[in-house]
Ligand binder design. Structure first.
Ligand SMILES: C[S@@+](CC[C@H](N)C(=O)[O-])C[C@H]1O[C@@H](n2cnc3c(N)ncnc32)[C@H](O)[C@@H]1O
Length: 153
């Protein structure tokens, strides 16, 4: 994906992913905008400094910040970063494979809504887990509501 391919969806337009076999998967673009009940499991697990990787429009960073949890969104898309900051939540325009502030000191790393696949798919977890969180930190994989449970990194 390039930095802009998600942008229409981040702005709320209906979008889909086209798989290699031609199958189209609708993206849950409305879900990215506002919290729903399944987000609570993720949020409740984040009791310390939390990095939201591929934060999109920033609903999770905003919610954590409102709860007094130190949180930072990183996203490769400037549109995502603008949307997150417009909610009053901190975000940086950064590819997660670049250097990230506070590497090794984040207690939780969120990979919500399929972001476990950033950089390689579910068999190869995205890089920020081990690098961004210390030993004993947690990576929360929110690919599906039922899987919204923190996993050790
Ligand atoms: C499926 S959306 C999920 C948005 C958000 N996590 C949510 O639940 O609302 C994926 C997001 O990951 C971002 N992204 C994709 N590759 C990235 C990378 N290498 N580094 C940082 N962000 C990335 C995209 O720009 C997009 O905003």
């Amino acid at each position: 994906m390039t930095t802009t391919e998600f942008d229409p969806g981040l702005l709320g337009e209906h979008c889909w992913l086209e798989c290699a076999n031609g199958e189209r998967v609708m993206l849950p673009v409305t879900r990215w905008q506002e919290l729903d009940s399944s987000d609570e499991l993720l949020l409740a697990a984040c009791l310390g400094p939390t990095l939201d990787v591929g934060c999109g429009p920033g609903r999770l960073v905003e919610a954590l910040t409102r709860r007094g949890v130190i949180a930072l969104g990183v996203d490769v898309s400037p549109v995502a970063v603008d949307l997150t900051q417009a909610r009053g939540a901190p975000a940086l325009c950064r590819d997660v494979f670049d250097r990230i502030p506070g590497e090794g000191r984040w207690r939780h790393v969120l990979l919500a809504d399929g972001n476990i696949g950033i950089g390689g798919g579910s068999r190869r977890p995205a890089a920020p887990g081990p690098r961004a969180a210390p030993a004993g930190g947690q990576r929360a994989d929110g690919a599906r509501p039922a899987r919204n449970r923190p996993a050790p990194v």
